[in-house]
Design a protein around this ligand. Structure first.
Ligand SMILES: [Zn+2]
Length: 318
């Protein structure tokens, strides 16, 4: 599982792989493993014919770098990939909410000292104390933070985590309302960094027209599905499906749950829409006994080929 092929200044969720490392990783996979497309893998699971040393490559979210940077490398080595695309940001200059939140709370050059925000009946308050001004030292510390594995190293980071946790289960409209309030508090305009944009419609169309690659579902607004009603879940997936059909001319049949988050109702919706398979972010191998609505994945880190090979070997041992 990949998200971004890029070299951002900060990557607190470890979702960006440097293009140089990515090319080495793809070269290695091409030489040392059998790379199937996701539809081929799903077919192999169904027929109980998954062979060892087989991999499939996926990308989540629909960042423009998938098209601009990853696709040329994949094409060069004739390696297939599936791109799970959230439709709402396609063709816009807006950033995903998590990128904008990070840009404001961690990296704004100057913030007010006192923070207070009411989110779903929860009052979040914080005092940034010595961190209102982003010093070079603080910036470096935050740029190197691994938010999934390390405790918050500063006041800004702990505030960011608190707000991130409260915003994640909300609807897109509520998230945008909260982001608006946070922007106002920080006296900032909406973040529209070109490096963080999603694909344009034309880029999506070109990617989808490739024989090698597949476009998959990732919902319309990227909600954490299990926090929403079955009806909302159904609308999110259906709207995504309609958008992708309209703009690519293909019917997407495979879904990746945003944040891996799902429940029984999500699976019922997927079955009702006749989807062939769904991916979580659970760290596990795909095999004959895998539940086709709960296929696992491994997040590829920004590692040079030597450590990538070691990591791959560990994953294959299960
Ligand atoms: Zn996602």
């Amino acid at each position: 599982m990949y998200h971004r092929i890029a070299k951002p200044d900060a990557d607190i969720w470890k979702i960006a792989v440097d293009p140089v490392n990515f090319e080495q990783q793809i070269q290695f996979l091409r030489k040392k493993t059998t790379v199937l497309s996701v539809p081929e893998l799903v077919e192999a699971v169904r027929n109980k014919k998954v062979k060892s040393n087989t991999v499939a490559i996926t990308f989540d979210d629909g960042y423009a770098d998938n098209f601009l940077v990853a696709k040329p490398i994949l094409d060069q080595y004739a390696v297939p990939a599936t791109f799970f695309v959230a439709s709402q940001t396609i063709g816009t200059t807006a950033e995903f909410w998590w990128d904008e939140l990070e840009n404001i709370l961690l990296f704004a050059p100057q913030l007010p000292a006192a923070f207070s925000l009411l989110v779903a009946d929860q009052l979040i308050t914080a005092s940034l104390e010595q961190e209102t001004h982003l010093s070079d030292a603080l910036r470096l510390q935050l740029q190197h933070w691994d938010a999934s594995n390390e405790p918050a190293p500063s006041h800004r980071a702990s505030l960011f985590l608190k707000v991130w946790q409260q915003l994640r289960p909300l609807s897109h409209a509520e998230q945008q309302q909260q982001l608006h309030a946070i922007r106002e508090w920080a006296s900032m305009l909406p973040s529209q960094r070109p490096d963080y944009r999603a694909m344009s419609v034309a880029e999506l169309r070109t990617l989808a027209s490739s024989e090698l690659h597949t476009i998959g579902l990732h919902t319309h607004t990227h909600p954490a599905l299990a926090f929403h009603t079955a009806e909302v879940q159904q609308q999110e997936i259906q709207r995504n499906k309609t958008f992708l059909e309209q703009h690519t001319g293909h019917q997407p049949t495979i879904l990746a749950y945003p944040y891996g988050n799902h429940n029984q109702e999500t699976i019922a919706v997927a079955a009702q829409l006749h989807l062939q398979a769904c991916f979580t972010t659970e760290v596990k191998l795909v095999g004959h006994d895998s539940d086709k609505f709960r296929l696992g994945r491994f997040q590829v880190l920004n590692n040079p080929v030597s450590s990538f090979a070691q990591q791959l070997h560990k994953w294959q041992k299960g």
